[in-house]
Design a protein around this ligand. Structure first.
Ligand code: 5CA
Length: 445
């Protein structure tokens, strides 16, 4: 993309309404624009990141054996009356009446709708196990929407639902989700710690939230610092292997890590004193096992091998896709702007032309642009007629992990400059080598 033809409405001033870094930077970098309280338009740069996160979520879900579908945002109130949640859900549910005076609602979550799909089409144990998921906009009429996309009213969520004949299988689905979520967050360059949590209005027995540690997080958390030393890394996971998923789940949840609702001082005190931590965290996902809470009232049953009719065991699993954009920025920025992890960056690298209009500099930038593009990479070429200082400031603000700087002086010696946004370190090298280096960095991402 050439910046002269892109739509990147960066702001010079720091918007006064933004209280935390990610909100401020998303507005300044022209990623979002508020349309009303807690509701945002995603401008091109923000939309690109959102799509990248969605793709990672899809890939990891499919890898775990889960099946994508798409349910609507607007739902009929009748189903929610059947489950008993229409009245229970309270003020957070946006209720709408259609022209025929039918009660509708903008879905805050989809347990009812998915259970209805299930009961209409599945009746035998032979069709299970089954996990269906979608990535769809949700609406929760939060009393205090704030921090930009972190606590919005309209937000994008991946929500998945598993259906199993036995509790044992449903617990495997729980473990499988836990592992696939760890992998999802790691690909986004994040450490998200599973913490025992409270199930809130979704209900259920077992639940973990995934938290990214950040001073601006809304949740208070307590944990054993040893949990921050473990990661999935390159481990080969077989998602059908109950024992393996269980072992990984245990490994990641054995140490003390809880949100304030489930915090237990006596348990916490048993951790060696130098490892006790209390901090703040951003909740980027939550998984639930709730057994037959929805399948029972909604009549989602299957026939077992013995001919018996049993309600299915279910769980639901959510990832806050739009919130993650903010969470990644909270975890990765500096005074100058965002620093995107390679796995989610909107463009793979920036090209800064220090002397637009200079034949040699222009030609070198064009050549870099085509070589990178030919390799399947997406560069953002700042081809505007602007001062170098302004171009650097924009690149630093929007946070592309790599920048190639091209100027007449370097070209005389046959070199361009390759700079890491994260470390600020630069090296001079011939243009072809800069391209090779960037290609190598992204080769296994
Ligand atoms: N049905 C279950 C799981 S599918 C569910 O709704 N879970 S949830 O309530 O925990 O939401 C899942 C994730 O959505 C949360 O972990 C959080 O990351 C994100 N989320 C929840 N509320 C908001 C909000 N107001 N703004 C942005 N993201 C949110």
């Amino acid at each position: 993309m050439r910046l002269s033809r892109y739509f990147l409405p960066v702001l010079k001033e720091t918007p006064s309404e933004a209280q935390i870094a990610s909100h401020r930077l998303m507005l300044r970098a022209g990623m979002i624009k508020q349309s009303s309280a807690g509701i945002y338009s995603w401008l091109p740069l923000g939309f690109k990141v959102l799509r990248k996160l969605e793709n990672i979520v899809h890939e990891e879900q499919v890898r775990a054996g889960h099946i994508p579908l798409l349910m609507p945002t607007l739902q009929s109130a009748d189903l929610w009356r059947e489950s008993g949640r229409y009245d229970d859900y309270g003020e957070e549910m946006l209720r709408i009446r259609d022209r025929h005076d039918r009660d509708m609602l903008y879905g805050p979550t989809n347990e009812e709708l998915i259970t209805d799909i299930f009961r209409s089409h599945v009746s035998s144990y032979k069709d299970l196990p089954l996990t269906l998921y979608h990535i769809q906009w949700k609406f929760r009429d939060e009393i205090r929407p704030r921090f930009g996309v972190m606590r919005g009213r309209e937000f994008l969520m991946k929500d998945g639902y598993n259906f199993d004949v036995t509790k044992e299988d449903a617990l495997h689905a729980y473990n499988r989700h836990l592992v696939s979520y760890l992998r999802t967050y790691e690909r986004m360059g994040l450490q998200a710690i599973p913490m025992r949590a409270d199930s809130g209005p979704i209900g259920g027995d077992d639940t973990h939230e995934f938290l990214v540690l950040a001073d601006t997080g809304e949740s208070e958390v307590f944990y054993d610092s040893a949990v921050t030393d473990i990661s999935l890394g390159e481990r080969d996971i077989n998602y059908d292997d109950h024992a393996q998923c269980h072992a990984v789940m245990k490994e990641f949840t054995a140490l003390y890590a809880r949100t304030d609702e489930t915090h237990d001082e006596a348990e916490f005190a048993k951790i060696p004193a130098d490892r006790q931590r209390s901090a703040r965290g951003i909740e980027v996902g939550q998984i639930f096992y709730f057994g037959t809470k929805y399948s029972d009232p909604l009549g989602a049953r299957v026939q077992t091998a013995d001919g018996e009719q049993v309600p299915v065991h279910m769980g639901s699993h959510g990832i806050g896709v739009s919130r993650l954009v903010g969470a990644i920025i909270e975890a990765s920025h500096d005074d100058k702007g965002i620093i995107w992890p390679e796995g989610v960056t909107p463009f793979h690298c920036g090209i800064v032309n220090l002397k637009q209009g200079d034949d040699e500099a222009d030609a070198a930038c064009e050549a870099l642009y085509s070589s990178l593009t030919a390799l399947g990479l997406e560069p953002l070429y700042d081809d505007r007629n602007e001062r170098a200082g302004g171009k650097f400031a924009t690149m630093d603000l929007i946070g592309l992990p790599w920048r190639i700087t091209v100027g007449p002086r370097g070209l005389k010696n046959g070199v361009v400059e390759l700079t890491s946004r994260r470390t600020g370190e630069s090296e001079e090298l011939p243009p072809e080598q800069a391209v090779e280096k960037i290609a190598a960095i992204y080769a296994d991402i």
